[in-house]
Every structure is written in structure tokens, then in C-alpha cells.
Design a protein around this ligand. Structure first.
Ligand code: HEC
Ligand code: HEC
Ligand code: HEC
Ligand code: HEC
Ligand code: HEC
Ligand code: HEC
Length: 505
């Protein structure tokens, strides 16, 4: 007896291509479930589980599902070609036929389950590409400097996307498109080292930072205390305690002066930079939005030619023109060694440890491994003959591991990234920062200059060695600055950053 030929639409599914599709879909489905299970077992630590479960496997699942109807169509063509009886192209749905009803129920349940799972999967995939693990650790080497510095910053609990994408669909789509190019650049190894800043087309800070910090909430002054250490045998401490006139925008507090008020609320400042890092700013326009009056300040040492002013787009100053390192803070050796001395992770009993630490960190190395060896060798050699009475050997061991730790937190030779590859615009002691405009040489036609005098931005409350501090009587005016070592009047004429580069001055 001849094998009974299966009939009806469903019989078209009995073919190799549809079987293959079904098999593929089933296997991939099981793999996705297993991956999610393992990800859960591992406590969600590794970003790779998410990558596999939500981005790599789902397309194969869809491919398998598509192959099922494709196989049916091919099978039908084959039957027509070989002259066998064929059914209608579309299944005949006769709700009076119990078999049809059964098929329809199974199909609908399947479709519903699939749509539900896809919706959840798409949401998970979306959610996953927004996580800090995805942005910060997946392309490990590329993002290592930014991610590592981020984890040591005040914003370590703010997700990357809160600053880099922000709310709204438009920027979401833009970020995913540029993300695709970044994946390509990483796979083909053509990404720049270091990743350049400023980032082109970063979202205006008003739309990201101001989700959490809004200018009307700033007011008053912020006190900051620095304890520096000299480059002498004792690493002598030198303290600077100051009030920074942050100011703000809340008319209710009647605090209408200071750094933030002038920059952002009632005023607009526009400028033109002649370099990509926004360091050379020969042209600045200040507009008082209440009266509509404006003034143009020109750098008298480096006046822009008139073509430049007409051809360049104007850059409107926002938060990032001062706070460009709110979270990717690559501390300069001078600062990271000061901090280690202040927290006693470096022992000031070690003679000349400030100078040695800074110099060994500031050197250029090919790899982090080479740096680790060089740091250990330099410190051991320096204190080889140190008598126990000055400092016992564990102190030297601790110095080595502290300096190695600092190096791997802020220096990334593979990405050519360290403090001096990325400018920091806050302040003026190590980078030009505020002095890009406030250098005393930006002058308007009226003779008005953008202020450089030391009391316009802050007041020094106290300065000097901790055991013999000079203190101010009036916190409004503060003390006149005293430079820790005698450099004559040099600090009045030139910027601190011209001598202080972050390494030994
Ligand atoms: C608090 C806000 C904030 C958060 C959170 C944040 N960034 Fe940034 N990021 C910035 C700013 C501001 C810049 C500098 C923009 C400029 O100068 O144009 C920047 C620059 C970068 C750059 C360019 C290179 C550089 O160092 O300037 C990369 C890459 C980067 N961020 C990646 C990340 C990753 C990955 C995360 C999450 C681990 C993250 N960012 C979290 C604000 C943030
Ligand atoms: C999701 C909320 C959030 C966003 C977005 C955010 N911040 Fe913050 N920021 C915080 C919190 C919380 C703190 C306080 C952290 C602390 O005190 O340790 C902070 C602290 C700061 C500080 C003080 C840091 C210090 O050393 O004390 C600055 C400056 C700052 N943010 C600037 C920015 C800038 C610029 C942006 C945009 C690029 C930004 N923030 C985006 C939440 C945010
Ligand atoms: C002209 C430069 C400048 C601009 C523009 C600017 N800031 Fe600041 N901001 C400062 C300085 C300087 C400080 C004090 C820094 C310090 O702690 O040493 C500061 C401090 C802060 C702090 C910490 C306040 C505290 O009490 O600890 C936050 C938060 C902040 N800024 C957010 C912003 C945001 C958001 C914007 C954009 C709307 C912005 N800033 C624009 C210069 C600026
Ligand atoms: C792009 C140029 C530019 C940069 C960079 C800049 N400023 Fe200004 N700033 C101005 C201009 C222009 C004015 C208004 C000058 C005027 O009318 O006298 C101003 C005014 C101020 C004032 C008000 C001064 C007063 O008493 O009237 C303060 C305070 C101030 N800036 C602080 C800062 C700080 C702090 C930084 C660095 C974190 C900084 N600025 C960076 C351009 C700049
Ligand atoms: C345009 C505003 C502005 C002017 C003008 C200015 N400063 Fe500052 N200065 C700052 C800001 C902002 C900081 C805080 C930097 C930070 O948060 O790291 C600072 C920090 C400092 C510090 C402490 C930082 C350190 O590394 O020890 C000293 C000291 C200092 N300024 C001295 C001076 C002297 C001296 C002058 C006059 C020649 C001057 N400043 C003029 C804005 C200004
Ligand atoms: C002409 C170059 C020069 C200028 C300009 C200059 N310094 Fe210095 N500074 C030095 C030298 C040299 C030392 C001594 C380092 C040592 O031997 O301890 C020093 C030491 C210091 C120290 C203690 C050691 C350290 O590095 O932490 C501080 C703090 C300091 N300077 C702050 C400033 C500030 C703030 C300004 C700007 C207002 C400034 N200096 C301008 C050359 C300069």
C-alpha cells in the first residue's frame, strides 16, 4: 500500500527547509533561556551574557521562524512542478471544521506567545544597551579609561546614558546610529587613541545635567580645602582653604552674583575657538539678555582675523565649557600623590616621596605592566638603604602598591590616555581653564577686560603650612595669595599652569 500522502495546508510544512527552520528556532530559543539562566546565576556581573541573549541570538530565532513559511512556499512550488495535487496557496479556514478550529487556536496561541516574548526581548535589548556595563565594559580596552575614571568620580552611580543620551526619542535614535559606527570601529580596530574630546554633537548640557542640577538651585559659596605637598625631603604640607563664589540664579535668595549666575541665566556668552580642544579663544561676546546689550572681547595678544569671525560657527557657552570632566577625571600625578599623602596611603616619613612618586608616575610607559615593574624598581632602589628607624620596610611596600594603584586608575598607555591628553577646564592651576578668557588680555572696545583679579572668583580664608597658617580676618576679601616657594611676582604675570603642568613644576 502506498504511503498516504498528507493533505491540507499543514502538509506543506513537512519539508526539509521548514524542519531546519523549526529546529533552528527551537535550539536558539533554548540557548536564550539558558543564557538568561546563567546570567542570573552569575549575578548579572558579565556584560557578555546580555550581549549574547539580547543582541546576538534573537536574529537567529527570527531567521528560524522565517524559514518555516519559506519552506512551505518552496514545497508548494515543488508539488506544482512535479504535477501532484496542490492545495490553495492560503489555508482554507472553515470554522465549522473542527480541524480548522484546532489549527487556528494553536496558531493564535503560538503567535501571541511569540509577540509577547519579542516585546519583552526588545525591551530587554533596549534596556541592556542603556546600561553602564554595556557602555563602559563591553569594548573593554576602548572604554577602560573613561569607565575607570568614572567609577572613582562623584557621578559613579549615574548611568552613562544620563549624560550622553538624555531623555527623548530623537537622541536615543542618534546615539544608537553612532553606536553602530562605534561597534564597527572597534571590530575593525580603527578607533582613535585616545578617544578625542570635545565630543562632537554632545547633547546640550541643559538637557542632561539640568535633569539633576538646575541653576536656580545654586547659590552662595563653596568652601574647598587643598593640602599640597612640596617637592622637598619632608614633602612639607601646604594648605589652601578658600571660598569659591559659585553664585547662582535664584532671585529669591538675592544672590545674583558669582560664577553660575554670570555664565548661564541672565546672560549669554558666545565664543570662537581656533583649535579643536577649545583652548585658544581669541573672540568672546557677552550679551545681557535683559537689556539686549552686548560686548565683544578680543584677545589683544592673539587677535582673530576678520575672516575667522565670519566663517566660524559661534559656540554658546554651557556647563561643559567649564565642567568638561565631571566624571572622567584623570588626576594629574601632583594631585593624586598629594591625596595619597593626605590619606596616609603614602607615608611622608619616606624622604622625598612626593617628588619620587610624581616623577615615576609622570613618565611614559609602553604598557601598564611595564609601568608596574618600573614603579616597583624605582621605589625599592630609592629606599634600599633606608634605616628601619626612619621607616620600616612595610612602608616601602605600601608605597609601591599605592603608586601602582594610582597608575592603573588614571593612566592608560594602550589608549594613550592620561591627565595631559584631556584638558580640564575647571580652575586654572594645572590647565588654562578659566584663564582661556580670564587671562586679563581679553579686552572690549570700551577698554573693559574680562576679569583676572584674584578675588573675582574666590576668597582665600587660610594658607600656609598647617602648623603656622595665615588666616583671613574678612572672609569676603580674603588673603592675598602667597606662593609656597619664592618665585618673585611671577604668579601675577603668568598663569600658574605655565609652570604647573601636573608633574613636578
Ligand atoms: C556626569 C555625566 C557623565 C557620565 C555619567 C558619563 N559621562 Fe562620558 N563624558 C561626559 C562629558 C561631559 C564628557 C566630555 C565632553 C566634552 O568635552 O565634549 C564625556 C566624555 C566621554 C568620552 C570621550 C573621551 C573623554 O574622556 O573625554 C567617552 C568615551 C565617554 N565619555 C564615555 C562614557 C562612558 C562609557 C560612561 C559610563 C561608564 C560615561 N561616559 C558616563 C559626561 C559623562
Ligand atoms: C542623574 C543625576 C545627575 C546627572 C544627570 C548629573 N549629575 Fe552631577 N551630581 C549628581 C549627584 C548625585 C552629585 C553629588 C555627588 C556627591 O556629592 O558625591 C553630583 C555632583 C556634581 C558636581 C560636584 C562634584 C564634586 O566634586 O563635588 C558637579 C560639578 C556636577 N555634579 C556636575 C555635573 C555636570 C556638568 C553634569 C552634566 C554633564 C552632571 N553633573 C550630571 C547627579 C547628577
Ligand atoms: C563659568 C564656568 C562654569 C559654568 C558655565 C558652569 N559651572 Fe558649575 N561650577 C563652576 C565652578 C568653578 C564650580 C566650583 C568648582 C569647585 O568645586 O572647585 C562649580 C560648581 C558646580 C557644582 C557643585 C556645587 C556644589 O555646591 O558643590 C555643580 C553641581 C555645578 N557646578 C553644576 C553646573 C551645571 C549643571 C552647569 C550648567 C547649567 C554649570 N555648573 C555651569 C563653574 C561653572
Ligand atoms: C569663553 C570665555 C570664558 C570662560 C572660559 C570663562 N569665562 Fe567667566 N566670564 C566671561 C565673560 C565674557 C564674562 C563677563 C565679563 C564682564 O562683563 O566683565 C565673565 C564673567 C565671569 C564672572 C563675573 C565677574 C564679575 O565679578 O563681574 C565670574 C565670577 C566668572 N566669569 C568666573 C569664571 C570661572 C570660574 C571660569 C572657569 C571655570 C570662567 N569664568 C570661564 C567669559 C569666560
Ligand atoms: C575666573 C575666575 C578665577 C580667577 C580670576 C582666579 N581664579 Fe583661582 N581658581 C578659580 C577656580 C574656579 C578654582 C577652583 C579650581 C578647582 O575646583 O579645582 C581656583 C583655584 C585656585 C587656587 C587653589 C587651587 C590649587 O591648585 O591650589 C588658588 C591658590 C588660586 N585659585 C589662586 C588664584 C590667584 C592667585 C589668582 C589671581 C592671579 C586667581 N586664582 C584668579 C577661579 C579663578
Ligand atoms: C614661574 C613658575 C610658577 C608659577 C607661575 C607658579 N608656580 Fe607654583 N610652584 C612653582 C615651583 C618651582 C614650585 C616649587 C615646587 C617645590 O620645589 O616644592 C611651586 C610650588 C607650588 C605649590 C606647592 C607644591 C605643589 O606643586 O603642590 C603650590 C600649591 C603652587 N605652587 C601653587 C601655585 C599657584 C596657585 C600658582 C598660580 C597662582 C602658581 N603656583 C604659579 C612654580 C610656579
Amino acid at each position: 500500500m502506498a504511503k498516504r500522502e498528507r493533505s491540507g495546508f499543514v502538509s506543506l510544512l513537512y519539508n526539509r527547509v521548514s524542519f531546519l527552520g523549526g529546529f533552528l528556532a527551537a535550539v536558539v530559543f533554548v540557548l536564550i533561556i539558558l543564557t538568561i539562566f546563567f546570567s542570573w546565576l552569575s549575578g548579572g556581573q558579565s556584560p557578555y551574557f546580555g550581549l549574547v541573549a539580547f543582541l546576538i541570538l534573537p536574529p537567529f530565532l527570527v531567521l528560524g521562524l522565517i524559514l518555516i513559511p519559506v519552506g512551505a512556499v518552496l514545497e508548494r512550488r515543488r508539488r506544482i512542478r512535479t504535477g501532484r495535487r496542490t492545495e490553495a496557496l492560503f489555508p482554507v479556514i472553515d470554522l465549522n471544521n473542527p480541524k480548522s478550529r484546532w489549527h487556528l487556536t494553536v496558531f493564535n496561541i503560538g503567535l501571541f506567545a511569540f509577540l509577547l516574548v519579542s516585546a519583552l526581548g526588545t525591551f530587554q535589548a533596549y534596556h541592556y544597551t542603556e546600561t553602564t556595563e554595556f557602555c563602559g565594559t563591553l569594548c573593554h580596552q576602548v572604554m577602560e579609561p573613561e569607565h575607570t575614571a568614572y567609577t572613582h568620580s562623584p557621578h559613579a552611580r549615574v548611568e552613562c546614558v544620563e549624560c550622553h543620551v538624555g531623555p527623548g526619542a530623537g537622541f536615543f535614535v542618534r546615539s544608537k546610529l553612532s553606536g553602530l559606527y562605534q561597534v564597527y570601529a572597534t571590530l575593525t580596530n580603527i578607533y582613535p587613541r585616545p578617544i578625542p574630546t570635545p565630543i562632537e554633537n554632545l547633547r546640550p548640557a541643559q538637557e542632561t545635567c539640568e535633569q539633576c542640577h538646575w541653576p536656580t538651585a545654586f547659590f552662595g559659596k563653596k568652601q574647598r580645602l587643598w593640602t599640597h605637598h612640596l617637592y622637598d625631603e619632608e614633602s612639607t604640607p601646604w594648605r589652601i582653604n578658600m571660598l569659591i563664589k559659585i553664585g547662582g540664579g535664584s532671585p529669591a535668595t538675592a544672590q545674583t552674583a558669582g560664577i553660575h549666575w554670570h555664565m548661564n541665566i541672565a546672560n549669554r556668552i558666545e565664543f570662537i575657538a581656533t583649535d579643536s580642544a577649545n583652548q585658544d579663544i581669541p573672540w568672546v561676546r557677552f550679551t545681557d539678555l535683559a537689556t539686549g546689550q552686548s560686548q565683544i572681547f578680543i584677545d589683544e595678544n592673539n587677535p582673530p582675523d576678520s575672516n575667522l569671525v565670519n566663517s566660524q560657527p559661534l559656540h554658546v557657552m554651557d556647563c561643559i565649557d567649564c565642567h568638561n570632566r565631571p566624571t572622567h577625571i584623570f588626576d594629574p600625578p601632583d594631585r593624586s600623590v598629594d591625596l595619597a599623602l593626605n590619606t596616609r596611603r603614602l607615608d611622608p616619613r619616606l624622604p622625598g616621596i612626593k617628588e619620587l612618586g610624581v616623577n615615576v608616575l609622570a613618565q611614559e610607559y609602553e604598557t601598564t605592566g611595564q609601568a608596574m615593574d618600573a614603579i616597583a624598581a624605582a621605589v625599592s632602589e630609592a629606599y634600599e638603604t633606608l634605616p628601619d628607624s626612619v621607616a620600616p620596610p612595610p612602608v616601602v611596600e605600601q608605597a609601591i602598591s599605592t603608586l601602582q594603584g594610582i597608575y592603573s586608575t588614571y593612566h592608560f598607555p594602550v589608549m594613550n590616555t592620561r591627565w595631559d591628553t584631556h584638558h580640564n577646564h575647571i580652575g586654572h592651576s594645572i590647565d588654562r581653564g578659566c584663564f582661556r578668557c580670564h587671562d586679563g588680555h581679553h579686552v572690549a572696545e570700551t577698554g573693559n577686560r574680562i576679569k583676572r583679579d584674584c578675588t573675582s572668583c574666590h576668597a582665600i580664608l587660610a594658607q600656609g603650612p598647617p602648623d603656622s597658617l595665615m588666616t583671613a580676618d574678612d572672609p569676603e576679601t580674603g588673603l592675598e595669595f602667597v606662593h609656597p616657594v619664592d618665585i618673585g611676582e611671577a604668579w601675577r604675570e603668568i598663569g600658574c599652569y605655565e609652570c604647573h603642568t601636573g608633574a613636578e613644576p
